[in-house]
Each structure stands twice: as C-alpha cells, then as structure tokens.
Ligand binder design. Structure first.
Ligand code: HEM
Length: 413
C-alpha cells in the first residue's frame, strides 16, 4: 500500500482528519515520524494501548512541550501567585501516584451520584430555554453551559460560571503556543486571579467544610501519603476545569450531530431516552466518545531507548498517542467510520486514555452525557441542521471538537 500524502499536523488534516486515519490504517502504518515536527505519531489501537500502559518509558512529564517558557514581565506577574505545580496529567510516578490516590477519593462514585440530580435539573433548565427559542447554536445553548456549570458548582462558582470558562480559556491559550505576548500576559494575570480565588475557597472549606469536590480534595487523606498542598489543589482544580469542559462539550455536540446525520440511529436513541433504556443511551455515549474522541492526541516523552511494535524509538523522542486514530482502527472496530449506537465493543475505545493516566473525570462526564441525552431526546424532537455550512470545528494539535452547531427543533409532543 502507498504511504498517504497527507500530513497529520497540517491545519487541514487537523480540521478533518478522518481520511488521513483511514489512509494510514489501509496502508498498515501503525506509527510514523511526522515530517516537519520530528515527533512520532502512534495510530494503531494496539500500539496506543501498549504505550499508554508503560508510563515508566512513555512519560507524561511533557510541560516543556507546552510553551511554559516565560519572560521577566510574565514571571513578575506569576510571582504574585503560587508555584504552578506539575500534577496529575503532567506528572510521573511517584508524584502522579500520590496525586491520583488522593484525587480518586474525591472523584468517587458517591460524589458523582450525589450530583446527578444537579445535572438533571440543569439539563432540564437549559432544554426549557432552548424550547422557547426553537433553534440556535447548540454548543452555546447546551453543550458548553452543562459541563461548565457542573465544575463551577464544585468550586463554589455556580452563580458565576462564566468566570470558570474565562479561566479555563486562558489556561488553554497559555499553553497553545499560538497567542501573542499581550495575551500571554493576560493569561498569566488570569492564572494569578484564579489562584487567589481558589486560596480563599480552600481556606473556607478547611475552616467550615462543605459538600463538593473541593471539600473532598481538601480533606483527602490516604495512609502513608501527605495531604494535597494548596498549590497542588489549585493545579488539580485547574485541570478539572480545562480537561473537563471542552472535551465534554465536544462529545455532546458531536453526538447530536451524528444522530441528526443518521436518522435511524436517532429513532433508536429516542425510543431509549426518558429512562426507557438507559443501557442503550449509555452505549450511545460510548460510541460518541469513540467516534468523536475530543482528546484526539496526547503527548509522551520517551525516557529510554525502546521498541514500539517494529519501531526503534530513541530516548528523548516526542511521541503523540493519537487516540482518535486508534478509535477508528478497523483491526479493533468493525466498520469504524459507521456511527452505531448498538456497537458491541464501543466501550473499548481509548477516548479517556488507558493506564495510570486514564481520565479521572470519566465517571462524571459519562453521567453528564447520559443525563443530557436522556432529557434532550425526550423533551425535544425533529432536530435538524438549520445551517449545515455554519458548523465550526476547532483545529488544535491535541483537541478536536465542534465549536458551533446551528440547529432547529420542536418541543416533543
Ligand atoms: C468527554 C469528556 C472527557 C474526555 C474525552 C477526557 C479525556 C481524557 C484523556 C484522554 C485523558 C488521558 C490523558 C493521557 O493519556 O495522558 C484524561 C485525563 C484526565 N482528565 Fe479527562 N476527559 C474528559 C472529561 C474529564 C472531566 C469531566 C474531568 C474533570 C472534571 C477530567 C479531568 C482529567 C484529569 C485531571 C486527567 C489527568 C489524569 C491523570 O493524569 O491521572 N476529564 N482525560
């Protein structure tokens, strides 16, 4: 088979990568060095799975790749806050292991179940507002506000969820390497503002207790481990805001788009919504995660000379695990480009990663999406694309998702 002519990191491929994924799988390319970047990209399910399971060789300590170098002006702004600790996503063992043990306590099933009612109420409220309008941008009207509200509520900002979105956007811009110096300064100020806000909330929860994720983090104790420090809690909560918002938004929007494009799937999903078949709605969420894979790729740094499949990879190499390509690998998923809410092995996807860094928010976002579609498909009907050319997608080297989805609908009979 011929090598595909497309380049993984060309802007047009990032915008619409699916032909590229098909071409690499057809040509049996499980990993390659991408020209112009010098980084390896891993495409196959088997090799992504293998590398994600070997954190001692494929390290998550990749902050150096994320444009953290600062100048004096920016350092002076950052000096007004707390050290920006590497935690969870960008930490290796033993720091990661300790962080994760403590965070797992906070992200327990009882905590997620306790906020299910809040998710449902918020979803129903957003749907009622949508019903009054009869149409609009689904991303702005539903897919953004639901996850932002859920995280905002957990850090005491439910009355000012827009502030969470602003901090989260600034954190993304800070590491995007695609903004000018003025914006970098703004982002540094935003980080310091966020840290001061969080410090107040952490002190409050320590003194007065509370019933939210932040209180769980402040109180998290594991025998033999020191509790989380204030800068660690600040960093972890920031990861929750950033890692949890855009990804859940993209999956919700992508799922609705696929249902609209596949009316027979929409019919099956509608028959299952409203609590009639939560298992099928749950499987639909897994299929949406597989199909959309909003965290399309994630970096690793190779710690020692190693082999991955037939590739000899030297120490110091930069590798991107392309989870989105792995989720379209025909060796794992039959007819991978078909959106099938009854797919038997949908849950085997790598949209949440695999191994010790597997998404800590997976239960929260799964529940959010299940509740969202259970209510949306029951209360609204006849979803249509009102402006198919108006659909917008964010191209980014790691994330991919729909940022605008103009639709119309009716209130269900
Ligand atoms: C559809 C929604 C989501 C997707 C697709 C997603 C995807 C991912 C992926 C692929 C990873 C693994 C990264 C790696 O391989 O290094 C990850 C880790 C992580 N996610 Fe999520 N995520 C989602 C929702 C959330 C939510 C709701 C939160 C928190 C509120 C969250 C917080 C995190 C954190 C803190 C990590 C780092 C965990 C660690 O390194 O131990 N994510 N996520």
């Amino acid at each position: 088979m011929n090598k595909p002519q497309t380049n993984m990191f060309a802007p047009e491929t990032l915008l619409d990568p699916f032909d590229h994924y098909r071409a690499v799988h057809d040509a049996d390319i499980d990993a390659e060095v991408v020209e112009g970047m010098g980084a390896y990209v891993v495409y196959s399910y088997a090799l992504c799975n293998e590398a994600a399971g070997k954190p001692e060789i494929f390290s998550n300590d990749f902050t150096s790749l994320m444009g953290r170098e600062e100048d004096e002006e920016i350092n002076a702004i950052l000096a007004e806050g707390w050290p920006d600790e590497a935690t969870l996503l960008t930490a290796d063992a033993p720091v990661h292991t300790r962080n994760r043990k403590l965070v797992n306590l906070a992200f327990s099933a009882p905590r997620v179940n306790a906020i299910e009612e809040v998710m449902r109420e918020k979803s129903i409220g957003l749907i009622a507002d949508m019903a009054n309008k009869g149409g609009g941008d689904f991303v702005e009207d539903f897919a953004i506000p639901l996850p932002v509200h859920m995280i905002a509520g957990q850090i005491g900002l439910d009355k000012d969820a827009k502030q969470v979105k602003k901090w989260s956007d600034a954190a993304v811009d800070r590491f995007s390497q695609m903004v000018d110096h003025e914006r970098k300064k703004e982002c540094a100020r935003s980080l310091v503002e966020y840290q001061h806000y969080m410090k107040g909330m952490i002190d409050d929860r320590r003194a007065n207790g509370g019933d939210d994720l932040l209180t769980d983090l402040v109180n998290a104790r594991v025998e033999g481990e020191t509790p989380l420090t204030d800068p660690e809690i600040m960093s972890i909560m920031q990861q929750f805001m950033v890692a949890g918002n855009e990804t859940t938004t993209s999956t919700i929007a992508g799922c609705l788009l696929q249902l609209i494009r596949n009316p027979e799937q929409m019919e099956k999903a509608k028959a299952a919504a409203g609590g009639r078949d939560p298992k099928l709605i749950g499987n639909m969420v897994e299929e949406a995660l597989r199909f959309e894979t909003p965290t399309a790729g994630m970096w690793r740094i190779v710690k020692e000379d190693t082999a991955l499949g037939e590739h000899e990879i030297p120490a110091g190499s930069v590798v991107q695990l392309r989870y989105a390509a792995a989720n379209r690998d025909p060796a794992k998923f039959e007819n991978p480009d078909v959106f099938d809410i009854e797919r038997k092995n949908a849950r085997a996807h790598l949209a949440f990663g695999k191994g010790p860094h597997m998404c800590v928010g997976n239960m929260l976002s799964r529940k959010e999406m299940l509740v969202a579609f259970d209510e949306l498909l029951e209360r609204l009907d006849n979803f249509q694309l009102s402006d198919p050319d108006g659909i917008e997608v964010l191209p980014n080297i790691l994330l991919r998702g729909i940022t605008k989805l103009p639709i119309s609908y009716e209130v269900a009979a």
